[in-house]
Write a new protein. Structure first.
Length: 468
């Protein structure tokens, strides 16, 4: 999708001018400015360059002296489970299989009120940390829980972020050899109908859309081959992207060989689940053949370093994926396996954890990490014509990071300060040209109210799960 042209002066309702800041555009040439300017015209970037902004700009409603700041594209979270915000801190010493078994009975009691509180908490925390677009993989749809897709999207709108809601599904329960309890899954037909309804009701493919819907059966442990195949057919008929979990653990590899007679990548390919319209979470246990298949088909990867470490899943071969041409973005993953819930810490963790792998200090550097969290995420979500870099005509989704304070002022290079240093405060974050964070606080919703609601709903869910 090509960027929209910058608006002529006569058509611009308002401009925001940001000056005197370092800028990392993350464009194709990794253009950076030690001291530059960026001009927003309504909801798109009008200009970006060195020095002060051009003189005589019309309709300037705000002018920001951003001395001591770095401006980057907004961070893009490519994999999350918002509902898990109200089950943080549980099963903290479990691997993936045992963690799922421990938590599925609780998750299966989620309702619309709980999901609203969890979405406010999960997305609010991410947006405070520089996320402007998030993908949420919601796959738990208990009977009688209410309109969960509608509740989640309403809560996202409260905060003001851009969203790809991956409408998940599960139809393989314990009685069929899967992991979730029987009452936690849908029928195959019900899952497909629910996915199609979400697409028809909410997906917006226009330039600047705030809501995309993806088809997203959960994982080989919890879905039938029929749901995978039919889900792919549905997604391509509707023209939406496809998402699932893949190659997360050695147990998954064993499970796929025992059940399907092949590894996860071959199984996904046999069901239509490789392609440039597909991205998968984790992809930790990928051999050379798997990586080649992803590169050949341009299948994307959501790399979740903190969650992979929390669940002892392993170290994904991100440097090898990038070298092969696999699109890779970053993901927080659900906050029951990454309790911090922040993507800007994943920039640092992606760099550090990948340096523990075979490539050691050459695995990733600060700028490659920033690219994963911005342009890489836009690639994975299919939105490089709109977001992921700071270029004229692209959407005004951007972040001003304060780097002149105690935690960062002695690091000369601003990108290094952002990635290697502590989590940087966000002075301003714009989504679609509108502030969603000012001075490290959410602008559209009360953070204390979010905290109180999340605490209450977490306690209510725990009580219901204990009684059940």
């Amino acid at each position: 999708m090509a960027p929209a042209p910058a608006s002529p002066d006569s058509a611009v309702k308002q401009r925001i001018v940001i000056e005197n800041c370092a800028i990392a555009t993350v464009d194709a040439d990794d253009t950076e400015y030690a001291s530059g300017h960026l001009v927003v015209a309504d909801n798109v970037i009008d200009s970006v360059g060195a020095g002060r902004a051009p003189e005589g700009l019309a309709n300037v409603v705000r002018r920001i002296d951003a001395t001591g700041h770095l401006v980057t594209p907004g961070l893009i979270n490519t994999h999350h489970h918002f509902y898990q915000w109200i089950t943080r801190g549980l099963a903290t010493d479990h691997n993936l299989f045992n963690w799922l078994v421990a938590l599925y009975p609780t998750w299966a009691r989620i309702d619309a009120e709980m999901l609203t509180a969890a979405t406010h908490g999960s997305l609010g925390m991410m947006v405070k940390g520089g996320v402007t677009t998030a993908s949420d993989h919601h796959y738990v749809f208990p009977r009688g829980a209410g309109d969960l897709v509608g509740a989640e999207l309403a809560a996202v709108a409260d905060i003001g972020a851009r969203i790809t809601l991956a409408r998940g599904s599960m139809d393989r329960s314990e009685k069929d050899g899967g992991l979730p309890p029987d009452f936690a899954v849908e029928t195959t037909e019900g899952a497909l109908l629910g996915t199609e309804e979400a697409i028809d009701k909410h997906h917006d493919s226009s330039f600047g859309s705030m809501v995309h819907i993806a088809a997203a059966p959960c994982s080989p442990f919890s879905i039938s081959t029929e749901l995978l195949r039919e889900g792919a057919t549905l997604a391509r008929r509707k023209g939406v992207r496809m998402h699932t979990h893949g190659s997360e653990t050695v147990e998954e590899e064993k499970f796929c060989h025992e059940l399907f007679g092949m590894g996860p990548t071959d199984y996904f390919e046999s069901t239509g689940w490789l392609g440039e319209d597909v991205w998968m979470a984790h992809c930790v246990h990928m051999n050379d053949s798997d990586i080649a298949a992803f590169a050949r088909t341009k299948t994307g990867v959501a790399h979740c370093p903190s969650s992979n470490a929390r669940l002892a899943a392993g170290i994904a071969r991100v440097p090898d994926m990038l070298a092969a041409g696999v699109p890779v973005g970053l993901g927080v993953d659900g906050t029951a396996s990454n309790e911090s819930g922040e993507l800007h810490t994943e920039l640092r963790n992606a760099l550090l954890i990948n340096r523990l792998g075979a490539h050691r200090e050459a695995a990733l550097d600060a700028r490659k990490a920033l690219r994963l969290g911005t342009y890489g995420g836009a690639q994975v979500l299919g939105r490089t014509g709109e977001i992921g870099s700071l270029e004229p005509g692209k959407l005004a989704d951007l972040v001003l990071w304060k780097l002149d304070g105690l935690g960062h002022s002695s690091i000369a290079d601003p990108v290094t300060a952002l990635v290697f240093g502590p989590a940087a405060p966000v002075t301003l974050s714009l989504v679609d040209g509108k502030p969603v964070v000012e001075d490290n606080h959410l602008t559209n919703i009360d953070e204390d109210a979010i905290a109180r609601s999340a605490r209450a709903e977490a306690r209510r869910l725990a009580r219901i799960a204990a009684e059940g």
